[in-house]
Ligand binder design. Structure first.
Ligand SMILES: [Mg+2]
Length: 132
């Protein structure tokens, strides 16, 4: 199983939107634990998918999310290789700004497509993120 996790609004609180591009908020409570449990309790492959610059996310993850602790897993910036659209590494948190294959995408702005376009426009018009 591979899990893709969005950054802003899912890991980073992102209470005020983009602002100047800085990562200004603390993590959402439970984010570090969730990522850890996915890798160690469930043995899933995990990567963070964001439009942000990947090194910015890596630095913040090391310093803020994981509080500069020595980690029992790697953090890897996934090379941008069109030949490799998968992330199957274990105990290795990938970071990418390119969409890779995953079984589940956790995203505060995702909408689950139900196999029909009927009423989709209506549902999009009333869509709200968890932050409103
Ligand atoms: Mg988001």
């Amino acid at each position: 199983m591979t899990i893709s996790i969005d950054f802003d609004g899912v890991i980073h609180q992102y209470s005020k939107g983009w602002q100047n591009g800085e990562i200004y908020d603390p993590p959402i409570k439970g984010a570090a634990r969730f990522i850890y449990d996915c890798m160690f309790e469930k043995n899933w492959s995990v990567f963070i998918l964001s439009t942000r610059e990947v090194h910015q996310i890596e630095k913040w993850c090391r310093e803020v999310l994981f509080q500069k602790k020595e980690l029992p897993f790697e953090i890897t910036i996934i090379p941008n290789d069109v030949e490799k659209p998968f992330w199957n590494k274990k105990k290795n948190l990938g970071i990418t700004n390119r969409k890779l294959a995953a079984h589940i995408y956790i995203d505060d702005r995702a909408y689950k497509f139900q196999g029909t376009y009927e009423s989709l426009k209506l549902e999009i018009e009333s869509y709200r993120t968890w932050q409103g």
